[in-house]
Design a protein around this ligand. Sequence first.
Ligand code: AMP
Ligand code: MG
Length: 338
Amino acid sequence: MGRNSWTLGIESTAHTFSFGLVDSNGIPYPSISDTVRPLEGGIHPREAADHHRDYSSTLFQKILDSQNLQPSDIGAVAYSQGPGLGPCLRIGASVARTISSALGVPLIGVNHCVAHIEIGRQQCDCDDPVLLYVSGGNTQVIAKLQGKYRVLGETLDIGIGNMLDKFARQQGIPFPGGPVIEKLALEFIEQHPGASLEGLDLPYPVRGMDLAFSGILTAAQRLIEKGHSLGSVCWSLQEHAFSACVEVAERALAHSGKSELLLGGGVACNNRIREMCTLMATERDSTSHAPPRMYCIDNGTMIARLGYIELENGRTTSLIASGINQYLRTDDTLVSWS
Ligand code: AMP
Ligand code: MG
Protein backbone atom coordinates (compact mmCIF):
# COMPACT_ATOMS: atom_id res chain seq x y z
CA MET A 1 0.00 0.00 0.00
CA GLY A 2 3.08 2.25 -0.11
CA ARG A 3 3.07 5.53 1.79
CA ASN A 4 -0.73 5.54 2.07
CA SER A 5 -0.34 2.68 4.40
CA TRP A 6 -2.75 2.95 7.31
CA THR A 7 -6.00 1.01 7.37
CA LEU A 8 -8.90 2.86 8.96
CA GLY A 9 -11.65 0.82 10.65
CA ILE A 10 -15.18 2.05 11.34
CA GLU A 11 -17.42 0.33 13.89
CA SER A 12 -21.11 1.20 14.16
CA THR A 13 -23.09 -1.99 14.81
CA ALA A 14 -24.98 -0.74 17.89
CA HIS A 15 -24.36 1.71 20.74
CA THR A 16 -20.77 2.68 19.87
CA PHE A 17 -19.39 4.69 16.97
CA SER A 18 -15.67 4.13 16.73
CA PHE A 19 -12.70 4.72 14.45
CA GLY A 20 -9.53 2.66 14.75
CA LEU A 21 -6.26 2.20 12.91
CA VAL A 22 -3.72 -0.44 12.02
CA ASP A 23 -0.42 0.47 10.41
CA SER A 24 1.19 -0.98 7.29
CA ASN A 25 2.24 -4.07 9.26
CA GLY A 26 -1.25 -4.63 10.66
CA ILE A 27 -0.23 -3.40 14.13
CA PRO A 28 -3.27 -2.05 16.03
CA TYR A 29 -3.51 1.44 17.56
CA PRO A 30 -6.17 2.47 20.13
CA SER A 31 -9.59 3.52 18.88
CA ILE A 32 -11.39 6.82 19.28
CA SER A 33 -15.02 6.11 20.21
CA ASP A 34 -18.22 7.54 21.58
CA THR A 35 -21.07 5.48 23.05
CA VAL A 36 -24.68 6.53 23.18
CA ARG A 37 -26.03 6.35 26.75
CA PRO A 38 -29.79 6.77 26.90
CA LEU A 39 -31.02 8.50 30.08
CA GLU A 40 -33.81 5.95 30.29
CA GLY A 41 -34.85 2.79 28.45
CA GLY A 42 -32.71 0.71 26.11
CA ILE A 43 -30.85 1.62 22.93
CA HIS A 44 -33.17 3.01 20.27
CA PRO A 45 -31.65 2.16 16.84
CA ARG A 46 -32.70 5.43 15.19
CA GLU A 47 -31.45 7.56 18.08
CA ALA A 48 -28.16 5.65 18.16
CA ALA A 49 -27.79 6.21 14.40
CA ASP A 50 -28.37 9.97 14.87
CA HIS A 51 -25.69 9.94 17.57
CA HIS A 52 -23.24 8.19 15.20
CA ARG A 53 -23.95 10.67 12.39
CA ASP A 54 -23.46 13.64 14.74
CA TYR A 55 -20.11 12.36 16.02
CA SER A 56 -18.62 11.10 12.76
CA SER A 57 -16.62 14.20 11.72
CA THR A 58 -15.23 14.93 15.18
CA LEU A 59 -14.19 11.33 15.80
CA PHE A 60 -12.58 11.05 12.34
CA GLN A 61 -10.50 14.16 13.01
CA LYS A 62 -9.53 12.83 16.45
CA ILE A 63 -8.35 9.48 15.12
CA LEU A 64 -6.17 11.21 12.51
CA ASP A 65 -4.75 13.51 15.20
CA SER A 66 -4.08 10.54 17.51
CA GLN A 67 -1.29 9.35 15.18
CA ASN A 68 -0.50 12.72 13.54
CA LEU A 69 -1.94 11.57 10.22
CA GLN A 70 -3.34 13.36 7.20
CA PRO A 71 -6.28 11.85 5.32
CA SER A 72 -3.80 11.00 2.55
CA ASP A 73 -2.03 8.59 4.95
CA ILE A 74 -5.12 6.32 4.86
CA GLY A 75 -4.62 3.52 2.34
CA ALA A 76 -7.83 1.53 2.93
CA VAL A 77 -11.13 1.88 4.76
CA ALA A 78 -12.80 -1.06 6.52
CA TYR A 79 -16.24 -0.98 8.15
CA SER A 80 -18.64 -3.30 9.97
CA GLN A 81 -21.00 -4.65 7.32
CA GLY A 82 -23.02 -6.63 9.90
CA PRO A 83 -24.50 -8.04 12.04
CA GLY A 84 -26.08 -5.19 13.96
CA LEU A 85 -28.82 -2.58 14.05
CA GLY A 86 -29.73 -1.48 10.50
CA PRO A 87 -29.84 2.31 11.02
CA CYS A 88 -26.52 2.26 12.91
CA LEU A 89 -24.77 0.04 10.34
CA ARG A 90 -25.96 2.33 7.54
CA ILE A 91 -24.22 5.36 9.08
CA GLY A 92 -20.91 3.49 9.38
CA ALA A 93 -21.18 2.17 5.82
CA SER A 94 -21.93 5.59 4.35
CA VAL A 95 -19.10 7.25 6.26
CA ALA A 96 -16.78 4.48 4.99
CA ARG A 97 -17.95 4.89 1.38
CA THR A 98 -17.50 8.65 1.60
CA ILE A 99 -13.93 8.47 2.93
CA SER A 100 -12.88 5.69 0.57
CA SER A 101 -14.35 7.44 -2.49
CA ALA A 102 -12.91 10.84 -1.53
CA LEU A 103 -9.43 9.36 -1.04
CA GLY A 104 -9.66 6.86 -3.90
CA VAL A 105 -8.65 3.94 -1.64
CA PRO A 106 -10.12 0.42 -1.28
CA LEU A 107 -13.24 -0.24 0.76
CA ILE A 108 -13.59 -3.48 2.76
CA GLY A 109 -16.85 -4.47 4.46
CA VAL A 110 -16.12 -6.91 7.27
CA ASN A 111 -17.97 -9.23 9.64
CA HIS A 112 -18.11 -7.69 13.14
CA CYS A 113 -18.05 -11.05 14.96
CA VAL A 114 -15.03 -12.26 13.00
CA ALA A 115 -13.30 -8.95 13.83
CA HIS A 116 -13.68 -9.73 17.56
CA ILE A 117 -11.90 -13.04 16.95
CA GLU A 118 -9.07 -11.64 14.87
CA ILE A 119 -8.17 -8.78 17.22
CA GLY A 120 -8.20 -11.33 20.06
CA ARG A 121 -5.91 -13.69 18.17
CA GLN A 122 -3.51 -10.86 17.40
CA GLN A 123 -3.50 -9.43 20.93
CA CYS A 124 -3.25 -12.75 22.78
CA ASP A 125 -1.07 -14.49 20.22
CA CYS A 126 -3.57 -17.35 19.89
CA ASP A 127 -3.26 -19.77 17.02
CA ASP A 128 -6.51 -21.68 16.74
CA PRO A 129 -8.81 -20.84 19.66
CA VAL A 130 -12.38 -21.57 20.62
CA LEU A 131 -13.89 -18.11 21.04
CA LEU A 132 -16.37 -17.37 23.79
CA TYR A 133 -18.00 -14.24 22.38
CA VAL A 134 -20.10 -12.58 25.07
CA SER A 135 -21.44 -9.17 24.16
CA GLY A 136 -24.60 -7.08 24.40
CA GLY A 137 -26.45 -8.53 21.44
CA ASN A 138 -24.46 -11.72 20.80
CA THR A 139 -23.49 -14.78 22.79
CA GLN A 140 -21.73 -17.42 20.71
CA VAL A 141 -19.16 -20.17 21.06
CA ILE A 142 -17.15 -20.26 17.85
CA ALA A 143 -14.34 -22.35 16.38
CA LYS A 144 -12.63 -22.48 13.01
CA LEU A 145 -13.51 -25.69 11.19
CA GLN A 146 -13.20 -26.31 7.45
CA GLY A 147 -12.46 -22.73 6.37
CA LYS A 148 -15.05 -20.88 8.39
CA TYR A 149 -15.62 -19.74 11.93
CA ARG A 150 -18.47 -22.09 12.88
CA VAL A 151 -20.98 -21.29 15.59
CA LEU A 152 -20.97 -24.36 17.85
CA GLY A 153 -23.43 -22.91 20.33
CA GLU A 154 -25.26 -19.62 20.84
CA THR A 155 -28.04 -17.87 22.67
CA LEU A 156 -31.51 -18.83 21.52
CA ASP A 157 -32.99 -15.55 22.74
CA ILE A 158 -31.18 -12.46 24.03
CA GLY A 159 -27.44 -11.81 24.37
CA ILE A 160 -25.94 -12.18 27.84
CA GLY A 161 -25.02 -8.46 27.95
CA ASN A 162 -28.59 -7.47 27.08
CA MET A 163 -29.80 -9.71 29.88
CA LEU A 164 -27.46 -8.03 32.38
CA ASP A 165 -28.39 -4.55 31.10
CA LYS A 166 -32.12 -5.31 31.32
CA PHE A 167 -31.84 -6.65 34.86
CA ALA A 168 -29.84 -3.56 35.82
CA ARG A 169 -32.41 -1.26 34.21
CA GLN A 170 -35.18 -2.90 36.25
CA GLN A 171 -33.21 -1.84 39.34
CA GLY A 172 -32.83 1.73 38.07
CA ILE A 173 -29.19 1.26 36.97
CA PRO A 174 -28.50 2.98 33.61
CA PHE A 175 -26.85 1.39 30.54
CA PRO A 176 -24.38 -0.30 30.55
CA GLY A 177 -25.48 -2.29 33.57
CA GLY A 178 -22.91 -5.11 33.30
CA PRO A 179 -20.03 -3.27 35.03
CA VAL A 180 -22.30 -2.17 37.92
CA ILE A 181 -23.57 -5.74 38.39
CA GLU A 182 -19.94 -6.89 38.52
CA LYS A 183 -19.15 -4.33 41.22
CA LEU A 184 -22.22 -5.17 43.33
CA ALA A 185 -21.56 -8.91 43.03
CA LEU A 186 -17.93 -8.45 44.10
CA GLU A 187 -18.88 -6.30 47.09
CA PHE A 188 -21.44 -8.94 48.13
CA ILE A 189 -19.01 -11.85 47.99
CA GLU A 190 -16.25 -9.87 49.74
CA GLN A 191 -18.68 -9.11 52.57
CA HIS A 192 -20.05 -12.70 52.63
CA PRO A 193 -17.10 -15.00 51.92
CA GLY A 194 -18.28 -18.59 51.55
CA ALA A 195 -21.85 -17.48 50.74
CA SER A 196 -24.10 -20.23 49.35
CA LEU A 197 -26.27 -20.11 46.27
CA GLU A 198 -28.96 -21.94 48.23
CA GLY A 199 -32.10 -19.82 48.25
CA LEU A 200 -30.67 -17.77 45.38
CA ASP A 201 -31.36 -20.46 42.77
CA LEU A 202 -31.89 -19.39 39.19
CA PRO A 203 -32.69 -21.52 36.14
CA TYR A 204 -29.54 -22.83 34.49
CA PRO A 205 -29.51 -21.39 30.97
CA VAL A 206 -27.79 -24.24 29.04
CA ARG A 207 -29.77 -25.92 26.22
CA GLY A 208 -27.49 -28.61 24.79
CA MET A 209 -24.74 -26.56 23.13
CA ASP A 210 -26.97 -23.48 23.19
CA LEU A 211 -27.92 -20.92 25.81
CA ALA A 212 -31.06 -18.94 26.71
CA PHE A 213 -31.16 -15.97 29.07
CA SER A 214 -34.72 -14.65 29.25
CA GLY A 215 -35.79 -17.17 31.95
CA ILE A 216 -32.89 -16.30 34.23
CA LEU A 217 -33.72 -12.58 33.85
CA THR A 218 -37.33 -13.09 34.99
CA ALA A 219 -36.26 -15.35 37.86
CA ALA A 220 -33.63 -12.86 39.09
CA GLN A 221 -36.26 -10.10 39.17
CA ARG A 222 -38.49 -12.44 41.20
CA LEU A 223 -35.69 -12.92 43.79
CA ILE A 224 -35.54 -9.12 44.19
CA GLU A 225 -39.32 -9.00 44.64
CA LYS A 226 -39.03 -11.70 47.32
CA GLY A 227 -36.73 -9.37 49.27
CA HIS A 228 -33.25 -10.72 48.49
CA SER A 229 -30.57 -8.01 48.47
CA LEU A 230 -29.50 -6.59 45.11
CA GLY A 231 -25.87 -7.60 45.73
CA SER A 232 -26.78 -11.23 46.43
CA VAL A 233 -28.93 -11.45 43.28
CA CYS A 234 -26.21 -9.84 41.13
CA TRP A 235 -23.76 -12.41 42.46
CA SER A 236 -26.09 -15.34 41.80
CA LEU A 237 -26.96 -14.00 38.35
CA GLN A 238 -23.29 -13.80 37.37
CA GLU A 239 -22.49 -17.24 38.83
CA HIS A 240 -25.34 -18.92 36.92
CA ALA A 241 -25.04 -17.05 33.62
CA PHE A 242 -21.25 -17.25 33.41
CA SER A 243 -21.05 -20.94 34.41
CA ALA A 244 -23.47 -21.73 31.61
CA CYS A 245 -21.25 -19.96 29.05
CA VAL A 246 -18.12 -21.64 30.41
CA GLU A 247 -19.82 -25.06 30.28
CA VAL A 248 -20.67 -24.67 26.59
CA ALA A 249 -17.16 -23.36 25.90
CA GLU A 250 -15.67 -26.40 27.65
CA ARG A 251 -17.74 -28.77 25.57
CA ALA A 252 -16.65 -26.92 22.43
CA LEU A 253 -13.00 -27.39 23.43
CA ALA A 254 -13.64 -31.09 24.01
CA HIS A 255 -15.51 -31.67 20.74
CA SER A 256 -13.15 -29.62 18.56
CA GLY A 257 -9.96 -30.94 20.19
CA LYS A 258 -8.60 -27.38 20.52
CA SER A 259 -6.66 -26.19 23.54
CA GLU A 260 -6.93 -22.38 23.54
CA LEU A 261 -9.96 -20.46 24.77
CA LEU A 262 -10.28 -16.82 23.75
CA LEU A 263 -12.73 -14.34 25.27
CA GLY A 264 -14.28 -11.49 23.32
CA GLY A 265 -17.17 -9.01 23.51
CA GLY A 266 -18.01 -6.42 26.18
CA VAL A 267 -18.95 -8.95 28.87
CA ALA A 268 -15.40 -10.34 28.56
CA CYS A 269 -14.34 -7.20 30.49
CA ASN A 270 -15.74 -8.94 33.58
CA ASN A 271 -13.11 -10.34 35.96
CA ARG A 272 -15.34 -13.15 37.22
CA ILE A 273 -15.98 -14.65 33.77
CA ARG A 274 -12.24 -14.32 33.03
CA GLU A 275 -11.44 -16.16 36.26
CA MET A 276 -13.97 -18.94 35.54
CA CYS A 277 -12.52 -19.44 32.05
CA THR A 278 -8.98 -19.65 33.43
CA LEU A 279 -10.06 -22.24 36.02
CA MET A 280 -11.82 -24.37 33.43
CA ALA A 281 -8.97 -24.17 30.91
CA THR A 282 -6.35 -25.01 33.53
CA GLU A 283 -8.30 -28.09 34.61
CA ARG A 284 -8.16 -29.44 31.08
CA ASP A 285 -4.54 -28.52 30.35
CA SER A 286 -5.63 -25.72 28.06
CA THR A 287 -5.09 -21.96 28.16
CA SER A 288 -7.56 -19.08 28.45
CA HIS A 289 -6.90 -15.65 26.96
CA ALA A 290 -8.63 -12.28 27.16
CA PRO A 291 -7.58 -9.23 25.14
CA PRO A 292 -7.14 -5.82 26.83
CA ARG A 293 -10.55 -4.39 27.70
CA MET A 294 -10.37 -1.67 25.02
CA TYR A 295 -10.34 -4.49 22.44
CA CYS A 296 -13.13 -6.53 24.12
CA ILE A 297 -15.76 -3.82 23.76
CA ASP A 298 -16.83 -2.77 20.28
CA ASN A 299 -13.98 -0.80 18.71
CA GLY A 300 -12.87 0.47 15.31
CA THR A 301 -9.39 -1.03 15.66
CA MET A 302 -10.68 -4.62 15.37
CA ILE A 303 -12.48 -3.63 12.16
CA ALA A 304 -9.26 -2.08 10.80
CA ARG A 305 -7.34 -5.24 11.73
CA LEU A 306 -9.75 -7.56 9.90
CA GLY A 307 -9.89 -5.14 6.94
CA TYR A 308 -6.09 -5.25 6.78
CA ILE A 309 -6.08 -9.09 6.84
CA GLU A 310 -8.74 -9.35 4.14
CA LEU A 311 -6.99 -6.79 1.94
CA GLU A 312 -3.71 -8.68 2.30
CA ASN A 313 -5.66 -11.70 1.03
CA GLY A 314 -6.93 -9.74 -1.96
CA ARG A 315 -10.52 -9.02 -0.92
CA THR A 316 -12.11 -5.59 -1.37
CA THR A 317 -15.76 -4.55 -1.45
CA SER A 318 -17.15 -2.78 -4.52
CA LEU A 319 -19.59 0.09 -3.99
CA ILE A 320 -22.40 -2.01 -5.42
CA ALA A 321 -21.70 -4.78 -2.91
CA SER A 322 -21.18 -2.44 0.04
CA GLY A 323 -24.73 -2.61 1.45
CA ILE A 324 -25.08 -3.63 5.07
CA ASN A 325 -26.45 -6.96 6.29
CA GLN A 326 -28.14 -6.79 9.70
CA TYR A 327 -28.30 -10.56 9.89
CA LEU A 328 -24.77 -11.43 8.70
CA ARG A 329 -23.75 -14.67 10.40
CA THR A 330 -20.32 -15.50 11.76
CA ASP A 331 -20.20 -18.52 9.42
CA ASP A 332 -21.18 -16.50 6.32
CA THR A 333 -17.59 -15.26 6.05
CA LEU A 334 -15.04 -17.38 4.24
CA VAL A 335 -11.79 -17.43 6.23
CA SER A 336 -9.11 -17.39 3.55
CA TRP A 337 -6.27 -16.48 5.94
CA SER A 338 -4.53 -18.51 8.62
P1 AMP B 1 -20.46 -5.00 23.29
O1 AMP B 1 -21.87 -5.26 22.82
O2 AMP B 1 -19.52 -6.10 22.93
O3 AMP B 1 -19.92 -3.66 22.98
O4 AMP B 1 -20.52 -5.02 24.89
C1 AMP B 1 -21.43 -4.25 25.63
C2 AMP B 1 -21.99 -5.11 26.72
O5 AMP B 1 -20.93 -5.49 27.62
C3 AMP B 1 -23.05 -4.42 27.56
O6 AMP B 1 -24.13 -5.31 27.67
C4 AMP B 1 -22.35 -4.22 28.91
O7 AMP B 1 -23.24 -4.26 30.02
C5 AMP B 1 -21.40 -5.40 28.94
N1 AMP B 1 -20.27 -5.20 29.85
C6 AMP B 1 -19.28 -4.27 29.78
N2 AMP B 1 -18.45 -4.39 30.83
C7 AMP B 1 -18.90 -5.43 31.59
C8 AMP B 1 -18.49 -6.04 32.80
N3 AMP B 1 -17.42 -5.60 33.47
N4 AMP B 1 -19.22 -7.07 33.27
C9 AMP B 1 -20.30 -7.53 32.61
N5 AMP B 1 -20.75 -6.98 31.46
C10 AMP B 1 -20.07 -5.94 30.96
MG1 MG C 1 -19.49 -6.68 19.55
